[in-house]
Design a binder for this molecule. Sequence first.
Ligand code: ADP
Length: 677
Amino acid sequence: MNAETDALRQRIEELEAELDKARLGHTGGGDTLAYIEEMEGRFRAIADTAPVLIWLSGPDKLCYFFNKGWLDFTGRSMEQEVGNGWAEGVHPDDFDRCLAIYVSHFDARKEFSMDYRLRRHDGQYRWISDKGVPRYTTTGTFIGYVGGCMDIHDQIMFSEQLETQVEERTRQLKHSEQFLQSILNTAGNSIASYKPIRNPAGKIMDFRIVYSNEDASGGRTTHGTGIAGKTCREVYPGIFRNGVFEKLVKCVTTGCPDNYQVDVRRNGDIYWFDASIEKLEDSVTVTTRNISEELKSDLKLKDLNRQLKIQNSIFKHSEENANIGSYAWNVTTNELECSDNLYRLIGYQPQEFNPSFEQFLSFLHPDDRHQAIRDGIRAYETKVIVQNTYRVIARNGDVRHFRLSGNFIQEGENHLMIGALQDVTKDGELSDALHKKNMELRRNNEELASFSYVASHDLQEPLRKIRAFSSRIMEKEAQHFSESTKDYFARIIAASVRMQKLIEALLSYSGTSGVNFKFVEVDITSIVDEVKSDLEELITEKDATVEVEQLPVLPVIPVQFHQLLQNLIGNGIKYSSPDRRPVVRVTHEIVQDENGQGPFCRLSVTDNGIGFDQRYENRIFDLFQRLHGKNEYEGTGIGLAICKKIAQNHHGYILAEGKPGVGSVFHVYIPTTLAQY
Ligand code: ADP
């Protein structure tokens, strides 16, 4: 259109020049005036037919002509527009700018072009492109400007619309790019585009990383930021060893997509990635997904399943071994699930029938059904575990005793009762047997007590008589007897004395087993002093020394402890060596025992006697066990058995150490406080 305007303007200028020439060549002649008028008329006719808006101004800047196109456009008359009238139609926001351009160019006689809004006849302001050119006569006299205008409103609107559309599209694009980026980032996927780097022969030697969302993701995915622009050899040297490079090359050359899995070791941890590759133009798009967590949870799940299997089989076995069956009763839906062993316990094959609550009740002994229902209701209302034993009639008609326990739990909408049944029929039988045994034991004890009584009174009595009469016979009739008869009587007396001692020792042993003795805090030194005075005769006879250090106060049964120390100190003197005077020492120490238990007070009775072989350290504490012949050392073999029992009655124990020809030590371990009892 501008070319058209220019051509028109050109034509107008030619006409004006012709007009000029006419004016100059024919001054004053009537023909000349007519010629000029004719020329001007032709000019206006051309200007009026032009499809553009044309204006003419004089050297005084004022417009004196507007063509028809202009007047039709503005809807105004020539009279209204000439001079400065046209300015009324210019948009107020554009007027100052346009005037400034017009005036400055006019003064400089320069061409100008400017866009402004001009009010159309319908009141709408439309964008106009106005180009003004200075006009001169052929002799060079400036005679004003000619302007041609084009309505470019639609064009501007269209380009504005286009611009808005482009802006909107750009915004949308940006938005979707960001959206895509954020999806890529949050999905933990890494997306990269690699472009092949070829050698002069065209062989792919490496790839350049053209794009990687790892840059945007802050390096959370595989290799950190700043990798775009680098080569794969720099960033992922591993792909040249693990076959991935060959896969990428194959993808680019064949166009076939592929996928693979790789593991990456970083900071001592292994990460697994699942990658898929696809050709895009001359590059390859690599999408990598971190599947470490999935793999881990998959492994975890497998491990849990394995554990569950093991636990199930353990549970099954324990059910069978413990005669237990388990059940889960959905109170809401009245569905009942029973373990295999529950079926077995009542004489059926596992899952032989579909269980129900009513059926379960039918197995119960009729006399126990109401109790079971009452217990069930109580358990449901109180949510407290209820345990009771009911009789169940098994398939073969046997009455069996089942202990049932159950607990109510809520699982969503459902109320469940979960519990176990244990066949305790045997327990009942066992407790009956135990009861019988106890009764037997009690009878035996009573018999034993009466035996002790018989032993102490009835047996001792004839024994005393044997001793008394034998002694009397020896006193009165000894002179009539031969030496051998005297010897027999002496042996009868010695044997009956020994028998009496044995009976006394046995009674004392059975007496130490009682548990109703009272513990009293006693100074052990004072007990040793009493023992020393009781043994005074033996001490003097053997010329023995008993050394006692300051001993502690301990909670003991005084009578028993007296006997314990008397037996040990007595033995220490009795089993003395013929080569030296007996020395017995009583000492103590607070210790922990080798099992880390304690504290214990360890009382030690040490002698310098004949000692014993350490092999017999346990045997000597058994009843009637003697290491030395009764002719050398008299005794019953009961004393140390009594000591062991007394130590046990005090929640302690006794140990012995012996060295033949050197001596023995007996250690008694006693808890130091009653709290340890
Ligand atoms: P006895 O009445 O025979 O002394 P004990 O039960 O007191 O019975 O002792 C059992 C055996 O342990 C004794 O016969 C003896 O052989 C041995 N014995 C006990 N005390 C000592 C000791 N202090 N030194 C050496 N042997 C001992």
